[in-house]
Design a protein around this ligand. Sequence first.
Ligand code: PLP
Length: 385
Amino acid sequence: MKTIYFDNNATTKVAEEVFEEMKPLFCELYGNPSSMHTFGGQISRKIRQARERVAGLLGCEPSEIIFTSCGTESDNAAIKGTLAAVPNKRKIITTRVEHPAVLTVCRELGNYGYTVVELGVDKRGRLDLAELEEAIDDNTALVTIMYANNETGVVFPIDKVAELAAGRGVVFHTDAVQAIGKIPLNLAKSSIDLLSLSGHKLHAPKGVGVLYVRKGTRISPFMLGGHQEAGRRAGTENVPGIVGLGKACELAAENLEKENSKVKYLRDKLEGAMLEKCPDSRLNGDKDNRLPNTSNISFEYIEGEAILLMLDKYGICASSGSACTSGSLEPSHVLRAMGVPFTAAHGSIRFSLSRYSTEAEVDYTVEKMPGIVNRLRELSPFVAK
Ligand code: PLP
């Protein structure tokens, strides 16, 4: 059975072009980029090129890119590194809908005496900028707010948030793990100080990420040891991963607009048909300000996990909530923050497409879904029969 992969917010396929660029780095060009010899120099040039390509996509200087092992590491480093650099300030502002890579860190810091403000969202998942403005005070060390939500795809007005923080002299970090490669960003025109991204969300391999640090931003080194990554993140580099990420960023920069209009067309077709053909279904999240690839739909009175299992029988991969929290029967913290009723939050499914998604896959899924929903509703104790 062919796999239909609509779970691209969990992870993506490595692009063939990316894999091709990575291959020589394993058995041919395997030197240590820190070595003095010519062989090592060849590898460090590959890293330099990758840094330039990432910077090209983000609109920043190559020297502002620090390679890490994943989005989670970048988020942890941004938060803890900033607090270590401004020890006299003890307040962090974030939102209730962040990924656990941010939210868990902030909550843990709350146990160590930091004041943590978690801003709420409205029922469409939108942020209230006035609430943010009110929360910032002289004790605030950091504002950390995601660019795009992994579960609903809702995009926050991150440039406005950055301006607000900058106006008050507060460092601003954004978890852009889901946004980069899906929507454009130009850091040269933005006041964002710190930004996290992750390779495996944009058709690069797992095990590589980036923390962007705007020149002049105070942040403590987060891995001590050798001099790699300008002494901020020591450790011999994941060269194949870094090279792969560089190529993935180059591809994203070249094709972003064209590919995303195709992805958006397919997502809208899938979503529109689901909402039309499945009674008692509803869209979660701000329809107008969303990633082009993501659709989060609640099918009332049935369990998301049951839907996933039935989709799986047809080879269709989707997700109920984020990959990190599936396995738990708790409804998603994001949907709860949006005030989605319990019966709808439990039956929520996230479809996330990519440039490799096809119209035939969308049509097949749309054909199967109403039958799945009807069958589960017949079994549901919540539906009057
Ligand atoms: N932030 C967001 C918004 C995510 O969606 C994810 C992964 O799903 C992460 C951070 C963590 O990234 P990584 O898997 O690279 O650690």
